[in-house]
Structure formats: C-alpha cells, structure tokens
Design a protein. Structure first.
Length: 131
C-alpha cells in the first residue's frame, strides 16, 4: 500500500484574490477551479514546474467567523508552508518586485539557502534552495 499527502487546505478570504496572488506573485499553476455551488469552488494550485506531483494547495474560502479568524494564522504564527526552488536568488528578486514582506533575509543553512516571507494573508513560508 502506498500513501501520500495530496493537498493541504489553505483558508483564504476570496478565491479570485488568492488565485491572482499565488499564480501571479508566486508563480503557481491553477490546476482546477470548479464551481460546487453559488458560493463554493474547488480551487487547486501547485508550484509551477511541479508537473502536478507532490502536495497541492486547496484554496478554501472562509465561511464563518472562526474560519475568518484563522486566515493567515493556521499554524499559530509558525512557518506554515515550505516551498523548494532551484534558484532562491531569482525567486527572491521576484518577491521583492511584488513587494512581498520578507521576514528573514536569505541565509545559508546546513541544508541549503533559505528565506522566510509572508503571503498576502500573513502566512509564513520558508523558501528553500537545497544543496
């Protein structure tokens, strides 16, 4: 038996705002955007070049006060998502061009080069270029 983690739900304020940010700023691909009702959509994104392999993000629009309160803080202030790249410097430049908030500037660690940034909702991401 094989098992794998296919998707992680990311609570967002607005589908279109989130799609625009993750595709235009972070370079993700929109894999699916299927209406499920007049207010709910099944929206799946993944990093460009991932060939639909690995974990994807399911953008889940908040629908109540509790969900709205968790937007940007789904992990209690810890880094939530880890995005790997083959060129951290180029990605860093793109983040700066889009005025993305950099929490920790690029630094070298034993596992590779890393920086921390906030997405449009305040979620913390590690951007990692492994050795």
């Amino acid at each position: 038996m094989k098992n794998y983690l296919g998707q992680i739900a990311l609570v967002v304020k607005d589908y279109d705002q989130a799609i625009n940010y993750y595709t235009e700023v972070l370079g993700f691909q929109l894999l699916e955007d299927t209406p499920l009702s007049s207010t709910k959509r099944w929206v799946v994104i993944a990093p460009e070049g991932s060939n639909h392999q690995g974990c994807k993000l399911l953008l889940a629009k908040a629908t109540n006060d509790s969900q709205f309160a968790s937007i940007g803080n789904q992990t209690g202030g810890r880094v939530f998502l880890f995005l790997y790249t083959t060129d951290l410097d180029q990605f860093y430049t793109k983040l700066l061009e889009h005025s993305v908030e950099i929490v920790n500037e690029p630094r070298q660690e034993v596992y590779g080069k890393v920086l921390v940034f906030k997405d449009l909702y305040g979620n913390l991401w590690d951007l990692i270029q492994p050795h």
